[in-house]
Design a protein around this ligand. Structure first.
Ligand code: NAD
Length: 471
C-alpha cells in the first residue's frame, strides 16, 4: 500500500503499471478494474445484555467474467467498503493467475470478533448469510465465501446451515461456502493450504537458474536461511514446510517480540512454548529480539511476512537484507517500499499469487461438493492392488524382495490429502513458471508483481473479449 492513497487505488496503481505492457484497449482495462457489484448492509444485533447494536457489513463481487465469485469473509473493526473492494479485486487477479475458474469476491463485517460471545457471533453470521440469500449474493453458482481474517471453519459451518435451511432440497448446497469442517463437506488439506502454497511457490523461484544466479544464491531451498513474521495459520505452516525440506528458520517474529537461532527453530516447539508461557520470548536456545520488527532486518535468504499488511514501508525498506521476500500476508509491503526493494535487487514474490493456496484448495473443496464424492474414494484401492501386482511381478522376475518401508511407499494409493497436495503443487509450479516467462519476455518489466498482474490482466481481458460485451 502507498502511505497516502486508498487500498483500492493502490491495487489499481499496480494494475495500471502492468496494463502498459498489454494490448488491451482502455475500455476493457476499465471493465477489468471495476468492482461490478457492491452490497452494503446494516442490520440489528440484540446483544447478550439485551442492548441493540447496528452491524455494518459488505459483500463485493468484483468480476463476473467467471461464475461463481469467490473470496473470504473478514471480521475486523478495520473493514470498510474500500478495503473490501480492493481485496475482491485481488481475488479476481489471484484466481486468474492460478487458473481457478472464479470471479473475485470478498466480504467483511465491521466487528472485532473478540468483543462478542460465540452466540452473538453466530447470530451475526447467520443474519449476514440470510441477507446475502435475500439479495442473491450467495450460492454454489453465484458467490462462494470462505474464511479470512477473524473467521474460520466454525463460521463457515453456520453459513452452510443458514443457506441450506433457506434452500431445502438444493442438492449442491454444500458448495455455497468453502473452508468448512471436513465433517460438513470440507476438504482435507485446507488448513495448511496457504502455507504449503507459499512454500511451493518460493521453492519454484529457488529452482529457477536465472533468478538464483542474479541473486548469487545456490539452487534449491535446502540450504536457505528463512525468517518468518507471524506464527499464525499461514506463518506456522510455511515455517513447517521449509523446515521439512531442509531449510533453517533462523528467526520467528510475533507481535510481542522475536527470537533468533542461527541453527534453526522448530515452529511446533515455538508454538507450544508460546501457548504455555504466553510469549514467544525466552525460547530455550534462542536469542530474544525485544523489538519484533527488528527481526525483519536480519541477514537471511528468504523473508516471509505472514502477519499483517503494511509491515515493510519506506521507513525500514532500506534496511532489509533478505534476497527474496515471499509475501505470504496480503499487502505486507507498501508501494513505496516495493520501489526501494526493487532498486536494491531484492526479488519480491507477490501476495496475489503466492498466497493463492487457500483459494486453490477451496476450488478443490467446491468441486468435491459438486461431485458429492471424496477425492480418492474411487481409485485408491484399485491403484494399491495394481501396484501390489506390479511389485509382485518385479520381485518374481528379479528374485529380490523390496524392503517394507519402500513397499508401503510404492503400493500406496492416493488419499484425499495426497491429491489435494499434488493439485496444489501443480498449480503453484505452473503459476510461478507462467509469471517467470512473462517477466523474462521483456526486460522493461520491472518486477515479479508487474509480471503477475500482466498474466492476470491477459486472462481476464481474454474472457471479456471472447465473451463479448452486451450492447
Ligand atoms: P492468523 O491470525 O492466524 O495469524 C497472524 C499472526 O500474526 C498471529 O499469530 C498474530 O499474533 C501475528 N501478528 C500480528 N501482528 C504482528 C506483528 N506486528 N508482528 C509479528 N506478528 C504479528 O492469520 P493468518 O490466517 O495466518 O493470515 C496471515 C496473513 O495471511 C493475513 O494477511 C491474511 O490476509 C493472509 N492470508 C491468509 C490466508 C489463509 O488461508 N489463512 C490466505 C491468504 C492470505
Amino acid at each position: 500500500m502507498s502511505e497516502q492513497t486508498s487500498f483500492f487505488e493502490n491495487v489499481n496503481k499496480s494494475f495500471d503499471k502492468a496494463a502498459k505492457f498489454t494490448k488491451w484497449e482502455q475500455g476493457i482495462l476499465e471493465q477489468i478494474k471495476a468492482a461490478n457489484s457492491v452490497l452494503r448492509i446494516k442490520f440489528p444485533l440484540k446483544r447478550d445484555d439485551g442492548s441493540i447494536e447496528v452491524i455494518e457489513a459488505y459483500r463485493v463481487q468484483h468480476s463476473h467474467h467467471k461464475a461463481p465469485c469467490k473470496g473470504g469473509i473478514r471480521f475486523s473493526e478495520a473493514v470498510n467498503q474500500d478495503e473490501v473492494m480492493a481485496l475482491a479485486a485481488l481475488m479476481t487477479y489471484k484466481c486468474a493467475i492460478v487458473n481457478v475458474p472464479f470471479g473475485g469476491g470478498k466480504g467483511g463485517i465491521k466487528i472485532n470478533p473478540k468483543k462478542y460471545s460465540e452466540f452473538e457471533l453466530q447470530k451475526i453470521t447467520r443474519r449476514y448469510t440470510s441477507e446475502l440469500v435475500k439479495k442473491n449474493f450467495i450460492g454454489p453458482g453465484i458467490d462462494v465465501p470462505a474464511p479470512d481474517y477473524g473467521t474460520g471453519a466454525r463460521e463457515m459451518a453456520w453459513i452452510l446451515d443458514t443457506y441450506t435451511s433457506l434452500h431445502p432440497g438444493e442438492v449442491d448446497a454444500a458448495g455455497c461456502v468453502t473452508g468448512k469442517p471436513v465433517t460438513q463437506g470440507g476438504v482435507r488439506g485446507r488448513t495448511e493450504a496457504t502455507g504449503l502454497g507459499v512454500f511451493y511457490g518460493i521453492r519454484e523461484v529457488c529452482n529457477t537458474h536465472k533468478v538464483m544466479d542474479k541473486l548469487g544464491l545456490t539452487l534449491g531451498v535446502g540450504d536457505k536461511k528463512v525468517i518468518v513474521q507471524g506464527l499464525g495459520n499461514v506463518g506456522f505452516h510455511t515455517a513447517k514446510f521449509f523446515r521439512a525440506f531442509g531449510a533453517k528458520v533462523i528467526a520467528i517474529a510475533e507481535y510481542e517480540g522475536a527470537i533468533y537461532n542461527e541453527n534453526g527453530l522448530n515452529e511446533e516447539e515455538v508454538f507450544q512454548h508460546r501457548k504455555k508461557t504466553g510469549s514467544i520470548l525466552n525460547f530455550p536456545g534462542a536469542t530474544n529480539i525485544p523489538k519484533s520488527s527488528d527481526a525483519l532486518e536480519l541477514e537471511c535468504d528468504i523473508l516471509i511476512p505472514a502477519a499483517l499488511e503494511g509491515v515493510i514501508t519506506k521507513e525500514n525498506a532500506d534496511r532489509i537484507k533478505a534476497k527474496i521476500i515471499g509475501e505470504a500476508a496480503n499487502g505486507p509491503l507498501t508501494v513505496d517500499a516495493d520501489e526501494v526493494l526493487s532498486k536494491k535487487g531484492i526479488v519480491v514474490v507477490p501476495d496475489m499469487y503466492l498466497n493463492a493456496g487457500g483459494v486453490t484448495v477451496s476450488y478443490f473443496e467446491w468441486l468435491k461438493n459438486l461431485s458429492h464424492v471424496r477425492y480418492g474414494r474411487m481409485e485408491k484401492r484399485f491403484t494399491e492392488n495394481m501396484n501390489k501386482q506390479i511389485l509382485g511381478q518385479i520381485e518374481d522376475m528379479t528374485g529380490k524382495k523390496v524392503g517394507s518401508a519402500e513397499r508401503l511407499l510404492i503400493e500406496h494409493g492416493a488419499d484425499e490429502v495426497d491429491l489435494v497436495y499434488s493439485g496444489l503443487e501443480e498449480t503453484m509450479i505452473s503459476a510461478t513458471r507462467e509469471i517467470m516467462d512473462v517477466w523474462d519476455s521483456n526486460p522493461e518489466i520491472p518486477d515479479m508483481r508487474t509480471a503477475a498482474f500482466i498474466v492476470a490482466i491477459n486472462k481476464v481481458g481474454t474472457a471479456y473479449d471472447e465473451l463479448g460485451i452486451f450492447p
